[in-house]
Design a protein around this ligand. Structure first.
Ligand SMILES: Cc1cc2nc3c(=O)[nH]c(=O)nc-3n(C[C@H](O)[C@H](O)[C@H](O)COP(=O)(O)OP(=O)(O)OC[C@H]3O[C@@H](n4cnc5c(N)ncnc54)[C@H](O)[C@@H]3O)c2cc1C
Length: 535
């Protein structure tokens, strides 16, 4: 056990933030000079989706734009489930948070007059994406925040430990159980805290094909759900239509801007398949393009992004990051179509929080992608996620600052998870494969039911805590997807292909409810195929 963790165990009135991405680090900085401990599974700068964000942050800061227009665009994309007050609140606070980021040293691009430069992205009615050196926003934000955090004496950072259990006493948070990353046999470390902020990011790594880092495996959501927190909208997962399929995990992105430049989607016969699916063809909304690509692959025709005519020799200069990913895999995108597939990209669902970032558990806040504020509804508007992370991180800090947090009298009792078995070979790969095939871009009741039963058995029986937590989140996603018998936003059911007006409401669920769905599905399956009688 490292000394830093040992020390921390006795320091009981500290706020504990789990996650070293934008939400976690920004919250820690906003809380200064109050003592804060940040726990990050990976060293700061690694294992966080924030660092990979290419587009930027949506903020209505340009002349002629308004928070109302930004909120209207957010609501239009969210397929009826966006909480309108939340969307407006986000849009209104964007300018102040961009200002904060500038203060922390983020070098946002400026125009010739020295004003913040704004770019345009799909489904935004105005130019409002604040960016850094073109497509380097995430990296620049992380570098600036890490530097600010390292220079703030009130922030202690513990890297290489994963939070695996949230400890509660009398329905309030009492602490966390951590374990050193990559050492299943290590003894867990128990830390006490009455104020825990979960900022653990998304769930993309639960899928076999994803753009997210391996740390985005839904553990924060799982530990909150296992402690009884209410979970909102877990069925809504956004898939990016064009991840580059060159055998890399996570898969590199072929940015939407390539299609904006005229690149087309073709199958292995060289035929374009999007014009038959939508009048906007390759420029149709993200979920429609993702379904088009998925269907073509499922039909055995493959899917490729062809920029040979639209960009040709200009490819390397215009899209250096994508070009480098392709060349490293032996594909010259100036001359050859790029193999693509949809990839799990962003989780609209998460731990349900109110406007202050409070969850349903006393002493537990959640911010960033692990939370569900109601801002995204059934589909996320591009570049709203970094905005949500930064706005809610600030609100959480303000809420905690107004609290006096009593130090727990003693360390909370360790959970029953203290013993941990090694991850069974292939178990994680099997879970991820099932999420992609059964809970992915195109869903149906039968496969969802099979996934629910499988994940419920895994989360009940697994002796490996990490696998059990992954299965917990997978179960929540699959059970809510099974229960939503309609198609809406990013959730598409081939057996219920239409939106149903009576289902125009957010999902609020718990792990208990998901387990009940699993139990009833297991019962139904047993009735359909009874055990043979033994004479
Ligand atoms: C390729 C890519 C491009 C994107 N582009 C954009 C964009 O242009 N604009 C936009 O708005 N959004 C974009 N997004 C989405 C956006 O980046 C994320 O939603 C956002 O960065 C999430 O921030 P976060 O702080 O919540 O989580 P993250 O930045 O993912 O940080 C999570 C942190 O939690 C840690 N962690 C996880 N689990 C545990 C645990 N159990 N114990 C301890 N630590 C843990 C991780 O190591 C990490 O430090 C993109 C995402 C990807 C993957």
């Amino acid at each position: 056990m490292s000394d830093q963790v040992h020390d921390f165990a006795s320091n009981t009135d500290t706020v504990v933030i789990v996650g070293g991405g934008l939400a976690g680090l920004f919250c820690a900085l906003k809380l200064a000079p109050r003592p804060v401990t940040v726990i990050s599974a990976a060293p700061l700068g690694q294992g966080a989706s924030t660092a990979w964000a290419q587009g930027g942050i949506a903020a209505a800061v340009a002349e002629g734009d308004s928070a109302e227009a930004h909120a209207a665009d957010t609501i239009a994309v969210g397929a009826g489930l966006v909480d309108e007050a939340v969307a407006l609140g986000l849009a209104r606070e964007a300018g102040a948070r961009i200002h904060d980021l500038l203060q922390y040293g983020v070098p946002f691009d400026r125009d010739l007059q020295g004003k913040i430069a704004v770019g345009r992205e799909a489904a935004h009615s105005a130019r409002r994406i604040v960016h850094v050196r073109g497509d380097m926003a995430g990296l620049a934000i992380m570098s600036a925040l890490i530097e600010a955090v390292r220079a703030t004496p009130s922030i202690r950072v513990i890297e290489g430990y994963v939070a695996e259990t949230l400890l509660t006493e009398d329905d309030a948070v009492a602490g966390l159980q951590l374990r050193r990353v990559g050492d299943a046999g290590a003894r867990p470390v128990t830390i006490a805290s009455r104020a825990v902020v979960l900022a653990t990011g998304g769930i993309g790594h639960l899928y076999a094909v994803t753009t997210n880092p391996a740390e985005a495996s839904g553990l924060g959501l799982a530990i909150a759900a296992r402690a009884g927190a209410v979970i909102a909208d877990p069925e809504f997962v956004q898939f990016h239509p064009t991840a580059i399929m060159v055998g890399r995990d996570p898969a590199p992105l072929a940015t939407e801007a390539l299609r904006g430049e005229g690149a087309t989607l073709i199958n292995d016969r060289g035929e374009r398949f999007m014009p038959a699916r939508h009048p906007l063809a390759e420029l149709a909304p993200r979920d429609i393009v993702a379904r088009g690509v998925f269907s073509e692959i499922a039909a055995g025709h493959g899917a490729f992004l062809d920029a040979t005519t639209a960009l040709g020799a200009r490819f390397a200069e215009k899209f250096p990051t994508v070009y480098a990913s392709c060349i490293a895999a032996g594909i010259d995108p100036a001359k050859q179509p790029i193999p693509v597939a949809p990839a799990a990209h962003y989780h609209m669902g998460g731990i349900a929080v109110d406007a202050r970032g409070r969850t349903s558990l006393k002493g537990l806040w959640a911010g960033g992608e692990v939370s569900s504020t109601g801002a995204h509804g059934a589909n996320r508007l591009a570049s709203n996620s970094l905005l949500e992370a930064v706005v809610y991180a600030a609100r959480i800090a303000e809420d905690i600052a107004g609290h006096s947090i009593a130090a727990p009298a003693r360390l909370p009792a360790a959970s029953a998870d203290a013993r941990n078995s090694v991850m069974p070979p292939l178990a994680e790969a099997n879970l991820r494969a099932m999420m992609t095939s059964h809970v992915g871009v195109i869903r149906d009741g039968e496969r969802l039911a099979e996934a629910v039963r499988t994940f419920a058995a895994m989360e009940r029986d697994s002796g490996n805590v990490a696998l059990r937590n992954m299965a917990t989140t997978a179960l929540l996603v699959a059970a809510a997807a099974w229960a939503r018998r309609e198609s809406r936003g990013a959730h598409y059911r081939i057996d219920y292909p239409a939106e149903r007006p009576e289902l125009k409401h957010r999902t609020m669920t718990t792990l208990t409810a998901a387990r009940e769905i699993a139990a009833s599905l297991a019962e139904r399956a047993a009735v359909r195929s009874p055990q043979p009688m033994i004479a």
